[in-house]
Design a protein around this ligand. Sequence first.
Ligand SMILES: *Cc1c(COP(=O)(O)O)cnc(C)c1O
Length: 354
Amino acid sequence: MSRFFSSELSGIEPYVPGEQPKDRKYIKLNTNESPFPPSPDVLDAVTREQTADLRLYSDPTAAELVNALAEVFGTDPQNVFVGNGSDEVLAFAFYAYGEKGFTGPDISYGFYPVFSQFFGIDYSTVALKSDLSLDPCDLINAKGSIVFANPNAQTGLYLTPEQIRSVVESDPDRVVIVDEAYIDFGGESVIPLTKEYKNLLVVGTFSKSRSLAGARVGFAVGDGELISDLNTLKFSFNPYNLNRLSIVAGAAAVRDTEYTAKCTAEIIRVREWLKKELTDRGFEMTDSMANFLLVSHPGISGKDYFQRLRERGVLVRYLGDERIKNCVRITVGSAEQMEALVRETDNILAEVDK
Ligand SMILES: *Cc1c(COP(=O)(O)O)cnc(C)c1O
């Protein structure tokens, strides 16, 4: 740290992203990316001409992408905001609605407390129950704005739209942010509820189900006034937050709903297969509705399992949070990748059994 760094920021603990290794070719199951390439329509949309146009600024309203999202979600463009990944969208939303603090689950997306620190916002947590499920009543009693991922990050556990409605309805004077990064893997989105409630903001990403993590595209859907708040912040910070190629890639990806449905159906099929295979081998896990499983095994510590997989060329995520310190998080990849994971797991279990 230099002596010039603002003293207010000196204590900040940055988010630690999952490894993006370059030294060796791993089966990469640590950051919940898609094993499938983007829609063929995306590959066609990013042309040489589009690339040549990079000399020009991008459309600050990203209208092509906003319109595509509005069409697919059956809402109005004025109800859609887009950002440079949903991380940026969440950052704007924290800044906009953090005056009275935020509350989120004690185990969830690691970025929520980091944003709070960044913006000097109080962040409180509610404890997940012992089975790692989230009780909506605990959120109802919480103070300030509310944020949670649904399905929840790390656990994959899911609240129904009616449970979320009860949280949103409990206090119309606070904003509820529902982070739907993993909603396309079997859950039901609460985007339709944004038409009924002025205090509900639904955030989504192209990084998981739409195979565009590297393009950095995220969005929010909500009442026109909330969206207008986010645009006020964006136009006070970085008006051209989406680059030209990401706008056209994103628009093509969101319109190809058939391709997304095909990819997510395959992930769900493989996820259920993997649940059974690992359960048969003595693993315990939450009943994830996302594209990852949070698993533990009585015969091996989470950290040891993670390290042994890594030595064998399979990269999963060891999160280390106290309550899930014996678990690893495994991204559900292709059937072939999951077969390799199970094979290496058998080898590891045979080793530790001796
Ligand atoms: C992956 C993830 C994000 C971030 O998505 P980007 O659009 O890649 O920034 C946000 N929230 C949750 C819960 C995630 O898992």
